[in-house]
Design a protein around this ligand. Structure first.
Ligand code: SAH
Length: 571
């Protein structure tokens, strides 16, 4: 949380058209620290995965009841979060650019009216980027000297706020008797326009739009392209002409989100279409991974065209002194966790040296220190030790310089260093995670160890991830422990789900329960790609259907996945 205001600050952020690489650097940095993310349906799972893992994620593209949240309710929600969360960072994440048919202006007006500070982070709009990914430049010397972005769908008048309502034109309904559609576009002028026409949200009305343009004099042979799910692994381009637009949509089953681009520039797409159809294009794969670090397999599968849903299966949590009992009961396998006592800050006076062995440890320690009402002055006069440079740098962020850092950046190095410089080992406090090994304590047997954070299987999947997993084509397991952790995570989900099902889920649409739990298990278990026989055995034990790499290497696993999807029947 960065701003110190009575209200939270709202950032209207454009997520771009789909490809996570098209999110702006500014957008990403805000999402990484956001306390709340209010997001739309079209935002890709990969971008949602970049958000601060502790952020409250609110899907306004669809409620559990499968109804879209009304714009007026979204506006109110943003104001509510801002009022209830002083100093918080509230990200309003929208597809494309927030001010291009994104209703960002309406949200901003509401924020201004409520006195809430906001900022706009523009995004790459689908109107320009999607044609670019299909090799169609929206302007081209000698072909199009302007381009026009038009909505092919207008909102209900009842949902139009006063300012927008003033801008409605008088053409509406003129052609309504021939073809049912309440679009109030100025077709006369659009038909005369020599520039490229780009329609957003226009698929449902395109038959009507094309006929009206022809009626108003536009050449029926004007080239036109529908680009579906542009910039994503599911991108598809369908070419047509103005007079075949409607029938082409039906025949080719063009579905939203798609843009329609009309004009001479469309022809260039035949030569310039640069986005290759890759072996895994159109496949959504779940990849499980250990912790924050990214698994190498994700970038390889992405490069082959797949959409990869990365699912970490363990997470770190702070251990607050007041949660002491919870810590004991929360960790099932206590044999792994011999040193589960959290820090008591009153006891810090008994120690001369504080030793940190991870950045997680540093972050958790200070978070707890501040939450307990103390500040860095309790560390005055103490010596600080760090296992290595990264932890040292993290300490510096809190204004603390390290006195001891071993050259080799290992626990053993730190233990030996402290042995040499300290006379009374009992004055050393080791601040570690619950899974830290015994190295330091063996070298410094009189030191005291306290747990400042714990590593546990992920307890709860965010809703967007449950949905992404439920719609995946397969899951990729790169180790037996990945299988075990995934199953543990799913059963955690099950417990969590059944615990709250009575009071919470019963009040929701019945399909919510089905989607969030059964589908996750059913879908995720339909096909699993396993690295080698051991992983295969674990996956089978838990009822997964398996396809196994010939060798226990990433190369072999990736090869197997490609083979499976390019063999014809599974593609
Ligand atoms: N603010 C957005 C547009 C929101 S309106 C932007 O700047 O891109 C939603 C419409 O945008 C969709 O109906 C579709 O026409 C278009 N759209 C958004 N993402 C798209 C994508 N990946 N591929 C094709 N069309 C897309």
């Amino acid at each position: 949380m960065e701003n110190l205001n009575d209200f939270g600050k709202v950032y209207l952020i454009g997520a771009g058209p789909g490809d996570p690489g098209l999110l702006t650097v500014r957008g990403k940095s805000i999402l990484e620290k956001a306390d709340v993310v209010v997001y739309d349906r079209l935002v890709s799972p990969a971008i949602l995965g970049m958000c601060n893992s502790k952020a409250k994620m609110v899907d306004v593209g669809k409620m559990p009841t499968h109804h879209k949240v009304k714009q007026s309710e979204i506006n109110k929600l943003l104001v509510k979060f801002a009022c209830e969360m002083p100093s918080a960072t509230i990200a309003r994440l929208k597809g494309g650019d927030p001010f291009v048919f994104g209703r960002g202006g309406e949200e901003a007006l509401e924020l201004v009216a409520a006195g809430v500070e906001f900022e706009v982070v523009p995004g790459v709009t689908s109107a320009i980027a999607v044609p670019a990914y299909a090799g169609i430049p929206v302007s081209h010397r000698g072909i199009a000297t302007s381009f026009h972005i038009i909505t092919g769908h207008e909102k209900e008048k009842s949902d139009v706020p006063p300012i927008a309502a003033l801008q409605g034109d008088s053409h509406s309904g003129a052609e309504g008797d021939r073809i049912q559609c309440n679009l109030s576009l100025d077709f006369e002028n659009l038909a005369k326009c020599q520039g490229t026409l780009i329609f957003l949200m226009g698929i449902a009305n395109m038959d009507f739009i094309a006929r009206r343009l022809i009626e108003c004099g536009k050449d029926p042979k004007t080239p036109l392209a529908f680009i579906e799910k542009g910039t994503t692994p599911f991108q598809r381009t369908v070419m047509a002409t103005l007079d075949t637009a409607g029938e082409t949509i039906v025949r080719e089953q063009v579905t939203a989100p798609a843009i329609t681009i009309m004009g001479g520039v469309v022809e260039l797409g035949k030569t310039l279409a640069w986005k290759k159809n890759l072996p895994l294009s159109g496949k959504r794969l779940v990849v499980t991974r250990a912790a924050k670090q990214s698994s190498g397999i994700t970038s390889r599968l992405t490069a082959l065209g797949a959409e990869v849903i990365e699912t970490p299966m363990i997470e770190t949590r702070d251990v607050f002194p007041c949660c002491h009992a919870g810590l004991r009961s929360g960790i099932s396998d206590s044999s792994e966790n011999k040193f589960v006592e959290p820090v008591e800050f009153e006891d810090l006076k008994n120690f001369d040296i504080l030793a940190f062995t991870s950045t997680n440890g540093v972050e958790s320690f200070f978070k707890q220190l501040f939450a307990a009402g103390f500040d860095v002055r309790v560390l005055a006069g103490k010596k600080i030790a760090s296992v290595g440079k990264i932890t040292e740098k993290k300490l510096l962020e809190y204004g603390i310089r390290c006195d001891y850092v071993p050259d080799d950046h290992t626990g053993e190095g730190l233990g030996l260093l402290l042995q040499n410089v300290v006379h009374d080992e009992s004055s050393i406090l080791l601040l570690q995670g619950n899974l830290a090994d015994d190295t330091l304590l063996k070298l410094l047997p009189k030191a005291t160890r306290r747990v400042v954070y714990e590593t546990l299987p992920v307890a709860e999947l965010p809703e967007w991830k449950r949905e992404a997993i439920a719609s995946a084509d397969a899951i990729v397991f790169a180790s037996s422990s990945a299988v075990e952790n995934f199953v543990k995570m799913i059963s955690n989900e099950k417990t969590r789900h059944s615990e709250r099902s009575e009071e919470f889920c019963d009040s929701l649409d019945p399909s919510f329960e089905k989607l969030s739990q059964d589908d996750v298990v059913k879908k995720a278990s339909c096909i699993s790609f396993c690295i080698g026989r051991m992983t295969e055995a674990s996956a089978r034990k838990h009822g997964f259907e398996t396809i196994t790499s010939d060798e226990t290497t990433m190369d072999s696993l990736v090869k197997k996945i490609v083979e499976y999807y390019t063999m014809g029947k599974n593609a």
